[in-house]
Design a protein around this ligand. Sequence first.
Ligand code: ATP
Length: 138
Amino acid sequence: TERTLVLIKPDGVARRLVGEILGRVERKGLSITALELKTADRELAGKHYAEHEGRPFYPGLLEFITSGPLVAAVLEGPRAIAAFRQIAGGTDPVEKAVPGTVRGDLALDGQQNLVHGSDSVESAEREIALWFPHLARS
Ligand code: ATP
């Protein structure tokens, strides 16, 4: 079994899509291990997106991700990381995400694309430690 850190970004909460997105997660067969509604401060958002520091979209991304409440979750299951990224669809909701995915079905914008999911075991453990310190391993 594997863990992944998922965010339903502020656009997802504002558009009242939390149930829709978590419903897809549950129907896929992933388990929700931790779940919290919170508003990220700049410190947390900056650490979460540290790999994008210096990119042209980084300031706007931090502005967006701290703009209101989001849902942070730890999901667990076999191949949970890839399974959630399949549910999410590609980063660009129009060019990459296909119909049937969260982004392909429900999003249009390259920044406000509803969800985040860890992209590797290393990222997942780093991100879980950031968002849910009590669940950090080693
Ligand atoms: P996430 O990390 O949120 O799951 P991802 O792994 O699919 O998304 P990344 O390339 O890591 O995509 O980008 C992180 C986030 O930064 C994207 O989900 C999106 O919100 C934002 N982003 C990425 N590229 C752009 C861009 N060119 N313009 C605006 N926002 C962008």
